[in-house]
Design a protein around this ligand. Structure first.
Ligand code: C2O
Ligand code: CU
Length: 478
């Protein structure tokens, strides 16, 4: 197994030749077609395209894109609104779209073979659902997602609160991570065993809204809601805002008691979202670094907050308000049933083998099939499997996740939002609602939810190469 480029190293090389002051791109315009009789209507056309990821002076990158844009167009609706999204597939292979974090009815969940037939090249599929929860969500393919997301397919999905939240600007940063070759193309070594068995496909080029950005313009006195979406296959971000104290107001779209992270670092695992409120307290003309310091020794500057010459006002002293709660139903912990979920495998693991297609298979034979991981002793090869558990509709459940590996796993449950109850036996301070929980090497995390959405739902690691390497399963609510 060859050692691929480490995180962030060649990003610097790439930047060295780059232009001076590339501003962080704003998102492409919304894909909203019109207000139809079914609610807001959107069209997404998935097709090969090109993107100037590192600025116009660098070779363009052949990508796969929605509506020709990377990231795809923002879908923005109001809470309670119904949406209808027509997805047309002009890729050379089958696809689907999953609405990550949105609690949609099962047939709209976008999981190939499990909830729908994949959309064949040249065909379309219409997704239709109501957006019950306000917040920051995103969309991406669920078919061969490690390759399709890695080539550029993903976009933000924002559901606005019924009452506007008081900020001066509402900004979304889709964080992307690409593995680019010297000629600017995306390396096509998707799903190689090294990535699958280690930390996943960590790239060498980090983008904000589809470009390697140098600066994001702000003004003294502005209060900005910054919606961060981690659309990377595998990279975990740990963002530090030099001289600023960002308040976390939502996680995975759902309100959390506003707080400034203890160490000032905002950690976002793959697929996760964090909504920040940041008061721009710098001086006109000043600059502050935003650094990604997650991987020790591989810290890099993501971009600068660049203050324009004019202030908006003196920075506000008013408190950061909590967002209104979403209509997620509380699990009943007194009656909750407990399920153990053991994550095993990967490099430096001790797993001897796992069930593959119902047969006990040793690690060597698993490797030959590209399988490296298991959940509760089963390595999944596709999206359809025997459910890990069947939960009665309306009952409450605790998943006790035990990470017996040396790697990080952002575990994502479809169709539901769960409370994170505790880590390594210590109750969490804020019992945050999440749809994806980042589990550290060897950590135990307990989550709880009310099984109120019937259907078969994926539960998988969102390091997309880990998912491809067997770390997925499903849970049935019936
Ligand atoms: Cu965002 Cu099953 O995925
Ligand atoms: Cu994983």
């Amino acid at each position: 197994m060859s050692d691929r480029s480490g995180p962030a190293l060649s990003r610097r090389a790439l930047l060295a030749g780059g232009a001076g002051l590339a501003l962080a791109a704003s998102l492409p315009p919304s894909a909203r077609a019109h207000e139809g009789s079914h609610g807001a209507e959107f069209r997404l056309l998935a097709a090969p395209g090109e993107a100037a990821l590192a600025g116009a002076s660098r070779p363009a990158t052949p990508v796969w894109a929605y509506n020709g844009a990377v990231p795809g167009p923002g879908i923005r609706v109001r809470q309670g609104e119904r949406v209808r999204v027509v997805v047309e597939n002009r890729l050379p292979e089958e696809t689907t779209v999953h609405w990550h974090g949105l609690r949609v009815p099962n047939p709209m969940d976008g999981v190939p073979h499990l909830t729908q037939a994949p959309i064949r090249p040249g065909e379309s599929f219409t997704y239709e659902f109501a957006c019950e929860d306000a917040g920051t969500f995103w969309y991406h393919p669920h078919q061969r997602s490690h390759a399709q997301v890695g080539r550029g397919l993903s976009g933000p999905f924002i559901v606005e609160e019924r009452e506007p939240y008081p900020v001066d600007r509402d900004v979304t940063w889709m964080l992307g991570d690409w593995r680019l070759l010297k000629d600017g193309s995306v390396s096509d070594d998707f799903g190689n065993l090294h990535d699958v068995s280690h930390a996943g496909r960590i790239g060498n080029t980090v983008t904000v809204n589809g470009t390697v950005a140098q600066a994001f313009e702000v003004r003294r006195g502005e209060r900005i809601r910054l919606r961060l979406v981690n659309a990377a296959n595998a990279r975990i971000f740990g963002l530090e805002f030099e001289g600023h104290a960002p308040w976390i107001v939502a996680l995975d779209g759902h309100p959390v008691e506003p707080h400034v992270p203890e160490d000032g670092r905002v950690v976002i695992g793959p697929a996760m979202r964090v909504d920040l409120v940041i008061d721009m307290t710098g001086l006109p003309g000043g600059r502050s670094k935003v650094t990604d310091a997650f991987y020790k020794g591989l810290e890099y500057r993501l971009l600068d907050l660049a203050y324009a010459g004019e202030r908006l006002r003196e920075p506000r002293e008013t408190a950061v308000l909590p967002l209104p709660a979403n209509p997620v139903r509380e699990p009943d912990l007194s009656s909750a049933q407990r399920h153990d979920v053991v994550l095993a495998g990967g490099m430096m693991g001790t797993m001897a083998g796992a069930m593959v297609h119902g047969e006990m298979t040793d690690v060597r034979a698993m490797l030959r099939q590209g399988l490296v991981w298991a959940m509760n002793g089963v390595a999944a090869t596709g999206h359809v499997h025997e459910p890990m558990a069947t939960l009665a509709h309306g009952s409450s459940h605790i998943l006790a996740i035990k990470n017996e590996t040396e790697w990080w796993h952002p575990m994502h449950l479809h169709g539901h939002t769960f409370r994170v109850l505790g880590r390594d036996g210590v109750p969490t301070r804020r019992r945050e609602w999440q749809d994806t929980v980042l589990v550290a090497p060897r950590e135990r995390v307990e989550i709880a939810f009310l099984a109120d959405n019937p259907g078969d739902w994926m539960f998988h690691c969102h390091v997309l190469e880990h998912q491809a390497g067997g770390m997925m399963g499903s849970i049935r609510v019936a």
